[in-house]
Design a protein around this ligand. Structure first.
Ligand SMILES: NC(=O)c1ccc[n+]([C@@H]2O[C@H](COP(=O)([O-])OP(=O)(O)OC[C@H]3O[C@@H](n4cnc5c(N)ncnc54)[C@H](OP(=O)(O)O)[C@@H]3O)[C@@H](O)[C@H]2O)c1
Length: 342
């Protein structure tokens, strides 16, 4: 079977595609032929050595999501069968990595996928939606009429969050650092933004109104109830804190920005909060299965959509990482492992 290994922390030259022996299931395990593997910023960080808590030291196989078809079941497995299509749960790839054509895991670490979701999507759809659902619905309990700001509007997580929040009745403001993506974002049906605001060019040229004033106006001067932010650093965070409405919450879920010192004192008079969010908080809670079922049901019904930026065969993994690093994409990059007969 095919397997990608990071041989040393650093650039994409350290991604090696190898052929290794096929895997066999233990009694409670299943073997899955992965048909798709979603690419995530966490994979790039792991390769660069910026996520060692998760990756460990090289050599390791990156990848935190995947899905495919069961090809073998262990002797004690009763609730899974060969031929079933499944996604891997959040816990399944822990310190194992999904950049491979075959994945072996406990049967309980899989969720059966309904018909209607294509093979090239099953390994790439839940991470973005579960990240958004867990924070905004499970933890935040976002309410109809509340305003939500989603930075990195072209990212897979923000696009997923826009759909979940619109379904909950929120008013969604996407922000993007990329003026050239605005037109596309306005035309992609999956991107459910009521407003899109560019956060880069306006401040740089000084010609247009600063982005934070545009957003304040959109909210009628009240400020934003909820911000779900993967940047959360430096000048951007400074303005976000000032944009929060009374009682507002800023969720920090990513590390795209460069950490800096920020004055948080407006939080006091606003009775506002900054909270962190990591998807793994869902693991082993009743909400975890609820999240999977909610996402699968809505994707199968066409209510939720995940735009695919590009698919790459697994042996083109270096190209895929390089493309994601450039950042001109909208939506998800997907790796497609080779169908193996091994
Ligand atoms: N906490 C969790 O459980 C969890 C789970 C999944 C993902 N994440 C995090 O979520 C973030 C997004 O992941 P993703 O897979 O959705 O990424 P993605 O689809 O690759 O999106 C990346 C986008 O972020 C924006 N961006 C990149 N660098 C930026 C910067 N320095 N400042 C501001 N914006 C920047 C750009 O969007 P624009 O061009 O539109 O500005 C870029 O296209 C990552 O930080 C990832 O680690 C966290």
């Amino acid at each position: 079977m095919q397997q990608v290994t990071v041989s040393a922390f650093g650039g994409t030259e350290n991604l090696q595609v190898k052929t290794v022996n096929p895997v066999q299931p233990k009694s409670t395990e299943v073997v899955i032929q992965l048909t798709s593997v979603g690419l995530n910023q966490a994979d790039l960080m792991a390769r660069r050595g910026e996520y060692r808590l998760s990756s460990g030291a090289p050599p390791f196989t990156p990848g935190i999501e995947g899905g495919g078809v069961i090809t073998a079941v262990g002797s004690q497995v009763v609730n899974r069968q060969v031929g079933q299509r499944v996604i891997l749960t959040i816990a399944a790839p822990h310190k194992v990595g999904t950049y491979r054509s075959q994945f072996v895991t406990a049967a309980r670490n899989t969720v059966v996928v309904p018909d209607g979701i294509p093979d090239d999507l099953i390994g790439a759809l839940w991470l973005a939606f579960a990240t958004a659902w867990g924070a905004l619905v499970w933890r935040q309990k976002i309410q109809p009429g509340q305003t939500l700001m989603l930075p990195a509007a072209s990212s897979s997580v923000a696009i997923s969050a826009s759909q979940i929040a619109k379904s909950a009745g929120a008013i969604v403001i996407g922000t993007t650092t990329s003026p050239e993506k605005v037109d596309a974002l306005q035309h992609i049906s999956a991107a459910k933004y009521d407003h899109i605001v560019v956060t880069s060019a306006n401040t740089a040229t000084g010609k247009a109104e600063p982005w934070w004033r545009q957003i304040k106006k959109i909210t009628g001067g009240k400020g934003v109830d909820v911000i779900f932010d993967p940047v959360a650093a430096g000048d951007f965070l400074h303005h976000e804190i000032r944009l929060l409405a009374k009682g507002g919450t800023l969720w920090v879920y990513g590390l795209l920005g460069t950490p800096d010192t920020v004055d948080v004192s407006p939080l006091i008079r606003k009775d506002a909060a900054i909270r962190g969010w990591l998807l793994n908080a869902l693991v082993d809670t009743p909400a975890e299965q609820a999240a999977y079922q909610h996402i699968l049901k809505n994707v199968a019904a066409g209510v939720y959509q995940l735009p695919i930026a590009t698919t790459f065969s697994l042996d083109r993994v270096r190209e895929a990482h390089e493309a994601m690093e450039i950042g001109s994409h909208i939506g998800k990059y997907v790796l497609m492992p080779a169908l193996s007969s091994d």
